[in-house]
Design a protein around this ligand. Sequence first.
Ligand code: C2E
Ligand code: CA
Ligand code: CA
Ligand code: CA
Length: 279
Amino acid sequence: AKQQGRSGYAFFSNEMREHAESRMRLLKDLRIAQQEQQFCLFYQPIVDLKTQKICKAEALIRWQHPQKGLIRPDSFIPLAEETQLINKMGEFIFTTACNTLTKVQATGKQLQLSINVSPVQFTSKICHLSKWYKQLQALDLQAQDIVIEITEGLVMNAQPRTQKRLNALTAQGFSLALDDFGTGYSSLAYLKQMDTDYIKIDKRFVDGIADSKDDLALCEAMIMMAHQLGILVIAEGIETYEQHQLLLSAGCDFGQGYYYAKPMPEDALLAFISDNEKL
Ligand code: C2E
Ligand code: CA
Ligand code: CA
Ligand code: CA
């Protein structure tokens, strides 16, 4: 029994060591990635449900790893947040999205671009959010053309510092969207107070609407309440025609998902916009 206990312990600590080592490797890689600019943004179209025409797009970060290829954010954002690397990354995301928006506008098209802003960017000591408005002005862009996507958790646990930064952004005219809506505990009345322009209904609800009366009822209720408060609704993760139809009937305003388009590089977005216009 003693033998077993010892090997059990050894196994556990090996696992822990491997976990720590892979974290260290990832962190080292992330630092290199930042220096060598291996990050890029993909853009996923958001359509007006009635016309199915693109009117917005969400910027989603990708890591072009020299050996591993394209890496999706879920595997590195958490570590970037823990180590504050997310702040530099956040600057890159904002600057890159602004450059893309400039290119879109140069084609004569109108588009609102969404960026995901991490809760860490609202709580960290050094704040780059305060420079964003000046950056926009330098590029001759309007603040309302940038939608800041935040998560429900940020709103619920808002520290005074977070509240102040959020208020400053909305006062400057930035649009605000609440991401992953319905998964947390925020109340819509509270959102209205935060000057929220959009809620994004989480994919988890959209997934079920064709099969579950409850999921459909939840979506309908969220849409109705949001509209009563003057908040517009974007549904995420729409993959089928049936989901599209149900959300359209429920009065949802905008849709995002593989049914319309997957996230794509900037040049593909520019092509998508001009093709979409011809429809
Ligand atoms: P999110 O903000 O909820 O983004 C939506 C995610 O759903 C994206 O995954 C998108 O590719 C995926 N998606 C969209 N439509 C569909 C669909 O029809 N079916 C399926 N199966 N998936 C769909 P992605 O790009 O892997 O991003 C994952 C999460 O990582 C994002 O969730 C967001 O929380 C975070 N993230 C992405 N980019 C950034 C960024 O630039 N900054 C920060 N802080 N977080 C980011
Ligand atoms: Ca988002
Ligand atoms: Ca606003
Ligand atoms: Ca989401």
